[in-house]
Write a protein that binds this ligand. Structure first.
Ligand code: PD2
Ligand code: ZN
Length: 280
């Protein structure tokens, strides 16, 4: 490799995912690369980094997915106010297991804030676009508004940095409690495009493209998150999180997953679903 191609490679590596995503979005809006280069250098970007970013940024936003930066095989990822551990990753399906996304005290605080607001979980009913009680999902749950509490805001900022995905594309954080025997039978998190209600659901924010399930406590027995087609079983550990993404709303993503019944104790999780676009 020549020294100039090494320098180019270094410049490309310093073009942050956020910068690349911004370029892709501007291109989608019809802004020419020459205009983008002027804007980036005016904003203080080094010109070679800006040129490299233009080269590596995807041309079409549709291909972009939430994704942690694992190219250099890091053991931890800096999310601003915390180092999140990378514990396991696989590519097909894309599943990554993280540690220490929340401290024990933060897990307790989220549970305490959510507990008084729990009610029986509903599932989105794609046949109509409404919500319904579903025998496949026997947990209790609640949603926080985005940024509703400082802790929620902090967690959302961590997730955005961890997965290189805008906060605005996230649904409100959902907290779920599974008592003994409660479960969430295997399902996909994307909305089935063949169902009549899906068109109205995806009008706000587009399809779901990724899920982060954060474990807030540890059931004594049972309650694993399962991916039957992989097969993979993630045992809940407080402060850990499992992430998976799906680039199309189709079974071939092999992202079928469920919450196995809790046998002993209870299970608390927080789920962040990520959409293609702004979920306002
Ligand atoms: O609680 C779980 O492990 C689980 C399993 C499947 C949660 C979800 N899906 C979800 O929140 O989408
Ligand atoms: Zn799910």
């Amino acid at each position: 490799m020549t020294s100039s191609s090494t320098a180019q490679g270094q410049a490309a590596a310093s073009a942050s995912p956020q910068l690349r995503q911004w370029i892709t979005e501007q291109r989608r809006l019809g802004v020419l690369d020459a205009t983008l280069l002027t804007a980036m250098t005016a904003a203080g970007w080094n010109e070679s980094v800006a040129r490299a970013a233009l080269q590596v940024a995807p041309v079409r936003a549709a291909a972009a997915l939430p994704e942690p930066d694992l190219a250099d095989e890091p053991g931890t990822i800096d999310v601003g106010d915390r180092q999140v551990r990378v514990l396991m990753s696989m590519t097909a399906p894309r599943v990554v297991l993280f540690g220490q996304i929340l401290s024990d005290a933060e897990c307790e605080a989220l549970i305490a804030a959510a507990r008084p607001r729990l009610s029986r979980s509903l599932t989105v009913e794609t046949a109509s676009g409404g919500e319904e009680i579903n025998a496949d999902r026997t947990s209790d749950g609640m949603f926080f508004q985005r940024g509703e509490l400082p802790l929620v805001q902090q967690l959302e900022e961590r997730i955005a940095r961890l997965l290189n995905w805008p906060i605005e594309n996230g649904e409100g954080l959902q907290v779920l409690r599974y008592g003994r025997g409660a479960e969430y039978k295997p399902h996909h998190d994307y909305f089935d495009p063949t169902e009549p209600g899906t068109a109205s659901i995806v009008r706000r924010g587009g399809q779901r493209v990724g899920t982060l399930i954060i474990y807030l406590n540890e059931p004594m027995q049972g309650g694993a998150t399962i991916f039957p087609e992989v097969p993979l079983q993630v045992v809940p550990q407080r402060g850990h999180a499992v992430f998976f993404s799906y680039d199309r709303p189709d079974v071939t993503t092999r992202t079928l997953h469920g919450g196995a019944p809790v046998i002993l104790g209870e299970k608390w999780i927080a789920t962040k679903w990520l959409r293609q676009g702004r979920f306002d």
